[in-house]
Each structure stands twice: as structure tokens, then as C-alpha cells.
Design a protein. Structure first.
Length: 261
């Protein structure tokens, strides 16, 4: 099954509380994930929405001013936490571009309730085009509101050296986005003494087309089992909007996955 960086445990998604200086300890949140999926010659949108009430959380952003990396276990262990109280946001959520309109309907799954694409039809998309999400709202649930986001542009990763010389950085390159409203999330995954990945170097980069991973993170990457190295990368764009005192948050992600050796 394809993993989506923006909604998986690899990148925990946090949202903010109501934009009210005297807000209560709990507030309503609406999070819409818009993942661009490329399969052969087709590029489609995979949307999903969550509406819930929980305690105050931290607002994510795709505007970053510096590069950061760290080494973590892979996959990132899931954190046990009680499910939030899911909210009714109406019969269906509308997702539309200039040429296509589709609907998300509520579905109960293992992780709780979410709004997912109705039917099995594909949602065609040209990366970079705006998407508008309209939430009808429901009495006693989430408020009605509309948010628009320009979807993340596609990109191509440059070659990645599986064995950089000791003491040297690892250079990464990709097609830049051309603006300051996106960031790059890159996970270099590898196996330590085994053929499958169990660790990762996870980085958040300014989206300017090039970055370097410091040498102090690279010893196990360089010595990893051959064939275990792979990369997952995503360009993120985040937009938030106040809706009746609370926040709608949309995250657009364009993802690339490759084997390195």
C-alpha cells in the first residue's frame, strides 16, 4: 500500500486551536489532506478530510527559513493516544478545480471517522492548479466554510549517492517550486545490518532546489545493507483559514519515491 507522507506517522500532522485569544481548552478542527498521485501517464488527486474536537495543538507551516535533519527509527513508531471526538461536517464535502468537482463522504475506519472520495472514479489534476474545499457544516458539529489552496507543483529528485565519502556531506537536488510557500520533506531510509529499512534520516528543507545533509548523520547510511536504501520525498504547501472562530487547514503534497541502490 502506498504511504502518504503528509498523513502518515512519518510526519505527524498538527493543527492549531481557534484563533480566539480567550479560546477554551478544546476547539474544533478541520484538516484536509490533498495528495497528488502519479501513476504512469495519469496524475490524480487523493483527498481526505478529518473534522474533530480536541485540545489546543500547534499550527504546522510550509514556510521555513532553515534546513533541519535528524535520525529516527523507521517506520516511525505510532504514538498511543485516545481518539479525538470526531465531528459531523455535513452530508458531503465538495472538492473542486476549474474543471472537476468531486465529493467526500463520511466513512468509519479503524482510525475513526474521515471524509473520503465518493466512488472509485479518479480525480484528474494538474499540479499547481488551485483546489477549493467547501464544508457544508452541521448543527452541533463543524461549522460551514470554504478554503482554497494552490496544489504543490511536481518535482524530480536528482541522483543520491549511496556511499558518500566519510567526513563529507550528502548533496541533494530537486526541481525547485519557484516560491517561498512550500517546503521539502525528505526521508532517506536504510537497513542497519539487515536487508529492509529500519532507520531514516528525516529532513525538512527550504524549497530552493538544493540542500546538504551533514556528515554526522551519514555513517549508517553509508554502511547500510546494499539494496535497503530508498528515498521518499514530498513537497508540502499548507494553508489555514479561520472559520467561525476555528481553523480549516489544507495540506497539499506532491510525493516521489525511489530506490537508491
Amino acid at each position: 500500500m502506498r504511504r502518504h507522507l503528509q498523513l502518515s506517522a512519518l510526519v505527524p500532522l498538527a493543527v492549531a486551536a481557534c484563533l480566539d485569544p480567550e479560546s477554551l481548552p478544546e476547539s474544533n478542527y478541520g484538516v484536509i489532506g490533498l495528495t497528488t498521485v502519479v501513476s504512469g501517464a495519469d496524475t490524480t488527486l487523493s483527498p481526505q478530510a478529518l473534522f474533530y474536537r480536541t485540545g489546543l495543538l500547534t499550527l504546522p507551516t510550509s514556510r521555513v527559513s532553515n534546513d533541519q535533519c535528524a535520525v529516527h527509527q523507521y517506520p516511525t513508531p505510532s504514538q498511543e493516544s485516545p481518539f479525538p471526538r470526531f465531528l459531523d461536517a455535513g452530508e458531503r464535502v465538495t472538492v473542486s478545480t476549474a474543471s472537476t468537482t468531486k465529493y467526500l463522504i463520511p466513512t468509519i475506519g479503524v482510525g475513526g471517522e474521515s471524509y473520503v472520495l465518493e466512488g472509485a472514479e479518479a480525480f484528474p489534476l494538474h499540479p499547481g492548479e488551485p483546489v477549493t474545499i467547501t464544508v457544508p457544516g452541521a448543527p452541533g458539529g463543524f461549522s460551514n466554510g470554504t478554503i482554497t489552496i494552490a496544489t504543490a507543483h511536481g518535482f524530480t529528485l536528482g541522483p543520491i549517492n549511496p556511499s558518500p565519502p566519510a567526513g563529507e556531506t550528502l548533496a541533494l537536488t530537486w526541481t525547485p517550486a519557484g516560491d517561498t510557500d512550500t517546503k521539502m520533506l525528505i526521508s532517506l531510509q536504510y537497513g542497519v545490518g539487515q536487508a529492509t529499512a529500519d532507520q531514516q534520516i528525516f529532513c525538512s528543507f527550504v524549497d530552493d532546489g538544493a540542500a546538504e545533509i551533514p556528515s554526522l548523520y551519514l555513517a549508517q547510511w553509508r554502511d547500510a545493507a546494499e539494496g535497503s536504501r530508498r528515498v521518499e520525498a514530498a513537497r508540502w504547501r499548507v494553508v489555514t483559514k479561520e472559520v467561525a472562530g476555528c481553523v480549516l487547514l489544507a495540506v497539499s503534497a506532491f510525493e516521489v519515491q525511489n530506490f537508491v541502490d
